[in-house]
Ligand binder design. Structure first.
Ligand SMILES: Nc1ncnc2c1ncn2[C@@H]1O[C@H](COP(=O)(O)OP(=O)(O)OP(=O)(O)O)[C@@H](O)[C@H]1O
Ligand SMILES: [Mg+2]
Ligand SMILES: [Zn+2]
Length: 322
């Protein structure tokens, strides 16, 4: 689709064929990666990600040559398959763009330049919000911005089939569509089982924990409340689902831990598990002195009268959860 921008009578091209090689062009902080996230992750080749793959550091400039080589290998493989691909790098240098256009040409895939129209002042300000290893110096950002702006009139001449401005494209819909599809699948509204009771697990502990989560059906360890375990290699955490936290009817999880009162006590003691950080604290021994651990025999330790006889303490609770 070609439109006319009435203020300048310049034709504005907003065509992105499918397949296409989409080359984002813009200074650091111009919003390339944010924009690229509207495509499927597998379609986006982000130079920073390749830097991180080869060096563990996305901002490691020493790794650029290796990162570019790896990116180009993947790009070749994708273009061979005629797969739409977004190259998320500054692409402010003509020689870099020439290599990309040549690759697209070789495979008969149209090349599209997408210019980020973000003002340079905003690109510079955005660097201050970044960690030092990711922040690009202001001079560099300004030079990139100038290079991108200067390149604009010559992009068609460089061989790009379409030259479009990011702020003329409608890319919010695919982003929201993907997010909506994911949510519907999670809820089981697309005919699949969905996440069911794992929705709460994910909300509290995050995605990383989900594949490890197993409900221990029938366990009586938590006084009838649902018990679950997270097992990986030599590590094991046991949790209980509480359906009336603080008497407010709220759902939450407790983590099985050691008695806060008596080192010898083997009765189940529970610590509120507010997030994945509680799980980490438990594994690294930082939970031991948390004030809100409650032993099923000794309570939270404040009530000295609650001491129980030794015989009651031999509960083989760890096996019970399995
Ligand atoms: N449309 C937007 N609305 C609000 N914030 C945005 C938008 N686009 C980008 N940003 C913000 O600007 C910052 C920089 O964006 P982004 O990381 O996408 O830039 P970039 O061009 O990929 O930079 P780099 O070249 O350093 O990787 C981010 O913090 C992002 O949240
Ligand atoms: Mg980026
Ligand atoms: Zn105890």
């Amino acid at each position: 689709m070609t439109r006319t921008f009435t203020a300048t009578l310049q034709p504005l091209d907003t065509t992105i064929p499918d397949p296409a090689l989409i080359v984002l062009i813009g200074a650091a902080g111009s919003g390339k990666s944010t924009f690229a996230a509207t495509w499927n992750p597998s379609q986006v080749l982000e130079l920073d990600a390749f830097r991180a793959m080869v060096s563990d550091e996305a901002g490691d400039q020493q790794a650029t040559a290796d990162a570019v080589a790896a990116l180009r290998t993947v790009l070749e493989a994708r273009l061979t398959r005629k797969k739409t691909t977004v190259v998320d790098a500054t692409n402010c240098e003509r020689a870099v763009r020439a290599g990309l256009v040549q690759a697209a040409r070789r495979h008969g895939v149209p090349a599209v330049a997408v210019l980020m129209g973000t003002p340079v002042s905003l690109c510079v300000i955005r660097q201050t919000a970044r960690t030092p290893d990711r922040a690009v110096p202001a001079d560099t950002v300004r030079a990139q911005h100038t290079a991108a702006t200067t390149a604009f009139p010559g992009l068609r001449g460089e061989g790009f089939d379409h030259v479009v401005f990011a702020d003329q494209l409608h890319r919010l819909e695919p982003l929201l569509q993907r997010a909506s599809d994911t949510r519907r699948a999670d809820l089981g509204w697309d005919g699949n089982p969905g996440l069911g009771s794992l929705l709460l697990v994910r909300r509290v502990f995050g995605d990383a924990v989900l594949p490890l989560w197993r409900w221990a059906e029938g366990s009586t360890l938590a006084g009838g409340d649902r018990v679950a375990e997270i097992t990986l290699g030599a590590d094991r955490l046991i949790l209980a689902l509480r359906e009336n936290v603080d008497g407010q009817g709220d759902y939450g999880f407790d983590l099985l831990t050691a008695c806060p009162v008596d080192d010898e006590c083997t009765a189940p003691a529970w610590a509120p598990a507010h997030s994945v950080t509680t799980l980490l604290d438990a594994l690294t021994g930082h939970l031991a002195n948390a004030p809100d651990i409650v032993c099923t025999v000794h309570g939270d330790g404040d009530d000295q009268e609650a001491d129980a006889p030794e015989d009651d303490l031999q509960v083989p609770y760890a096996d019970e959860a399995a």
